[in-house]
Design a binder for this molecule. Structure first.
Ligand code: UD1
Length: 421
């Protein structure tokens, strides 16, 4: 396996172009199963998770190929609606094939995804929503086995849990409701831009959807969906990671081909901490000359501060004078980066689902390991400002979600490269 090596201390300067959103692409790939016709998906990032989803589509019997940012999917008429443990266990998002398979085939077997390093990740809301549409669901030998007697029926479904709305449960129920009879209302639907992007794709396929991006989505079932062409929205988490990278190094970076309107929560926190932000139509310029100020951050469903940027923000607060409190309301155990950041000299203490960050003057480079995607990104950001050399091990995680991260950061002036373990 590879590792990423960083020599810290360089200010980032220049321009970086954001890739298409991984978390939009994955459910849209699943949605393409709702028809037997060909769909073309553009602006798709070249990432490990996308390759895993291509493998899953193949194992379901669909044709799928990826070339230069464009994915072509042709499900054909004969799908085998079984998503095996081997693939679902490497990528939790595979669970979003459940809704489309059930809608199209009336039957689906999808391995239970299980937990992951960021804590328990139940799927009760997915099952509740599909059950409300009339699916008969059982757990057998580690698999969700879902059947429909005749046809799914529209319903009024409240899709909130203890931690608020769910992005992929909203996606799954939306996709299942596409071919159901009558109307479906999803209450407490996730409002994330990736849900809106999925709805845009489904509409191009012929779906009747209203209210996407709000907590109530209305769907009128249709008899047939067709293949569609769609371009994926910019990745807001990748954007946010480069915004924090500019701030943490005291640099000046223009982020291009992004969607500034998806970045309000992070822009607010960065501006409060003394970072200068200039917003263009599809660009964001992030600059910092002076000292940073400590700010508190609480993760919440969109449009709140994203949990997927919590670790990166913590790397910034780690070198900010004062004390900041970072509270995690989506995944209360998502703090595995704390111990690794502390190995680099930060002073972060955990108190329930909050991290109390005492800013230090400097971090010192160290070998570090992270076992989740965004935690790995936070360690890279810490490495960019640390004195000396940082080695981030298990790069596998970064490759799941960041396209060419070492190339993009190198072009901004960072000293960063990939090496063999
Ligand atoms: C998606 C993102 C992930 C992000 C997360 C929260 C993808 C591929 N992944 O994951 O990067 O961190 O949104 O923004 O889009 N929950 C339940 N029951 C359920 C489902 C979820 O209790 O059936 C809880 C979860 O444990 C969590 C919260 O709801 O506390 C939000 O999770 P959810 O929005 O479902 O995350 P994902 O869609 O899996």
């Amino acid at each position: 396996m590879d590792k990423i090596v960083i020599e810290g201390g360089r200010k980032l300067k220049g321009e970086v172009t954001v890739s298409g959103a991984k978390n939009s692409t994955l459910p849209i790939m699943a949605a393409s199963l709702l028809t037997d016709e060909e769909s073309i998906i553009e602006n798709v990032p070249n990432l490990k998770d996308i390759t895993t989803m291509v493998k899953l589509l193949h194992s379901l019997g669909a044709k799928a190929s990826y070339e230069n940012g464009t994915l072509t999917v042709k499900p054909g008429k004969n799908l085998k609606p079984v998503a095996p443990y081997k693939l679902v266990s490497t990528m939790r998002a595979s669970v979003c094939v459940l809704g489309p398979l059930l809608a199209r085939e009336g039957y689906a077997e999808v391995s239970l995804p299980g937990g992951c390093v960021i804590g328990a990740r139940p799927i009760d809301l997915h099952l509740k929503g599909l059950g409300a549409l009339g699916a008969d669901i059982e757990i057998q030998h580690g698999y969700i086995v879902a059947k429909v007697k005749r046809q799914l029926r529209g319903n009024d479904i409240f899709l909130g849990g203890n931690f608020g709305s769910s992005v992929l449960a909203t996606a799954n129920v939306m996709m299942a409701a596409m071919l159901a009879s009558g109307k479906t209302y999803i209450q407490n639907a996730a409002c994330e831009p990736e849900v809106v992007d999925l709805a845009q794709f489904l509409k191009k396929m012929g779906a009747k959807i209203q209210g996407e991006g709000s907590p109530q989505i209305e769907i009128e079932g249709v008899k047939h969906l067709r293949g569609a062409r769609h371009s994926i929205i910019p990745d807001r988490i990748e954007t946010g990671t480069y915004m924090v990278a500019a701030a943490v190094t005291g640099g000046d970076v223009l982020i291009k081909k992004t969607a500034p309107e998806h970045q309000n929560a992070l822009m607010d926190r960065l501006a409060q901490s003394g970072v200068r932000i200039e917003r263009g139509k599809d660009t964001i310029r992030v600059r910092r000359n002076g000292r940073l100020r400590a700010v508190d951050v609480t993760t919440l469903p969109y449009p709140g501060f994203p949990t997927d940027l919590q670790a990166q923000m913590m790397a910034l607060m780690a070198i900010t004078p004062g004390i900041s409190v970072i509270t995690e309301k989506i995944y209360p155990d998502r703090f595995i980066h704390v111990a690794e950041l502390n190995r680099m000299g930060s002073r972060i203490f955990l108190e329930g689902n909050s991290a109390i960050v005492h800013g230090v003057k400097r971090l010192s480079g160290a070998p570090v390991t992270a076992s989740d995607l965004r935690a790995s990104a936070a360690l890279v950001l810490a490495g960019l400002v640390a004195e000396g050399q940082t080695e981030v091990h298990r790069v596998y995680h970064l490759d799941r979600g960041y396209e060419k991260i070492e190339d993009k950061l190198s072009r901004l002036g960072a000293r960063i490269w990939r090496a063999k373990e």
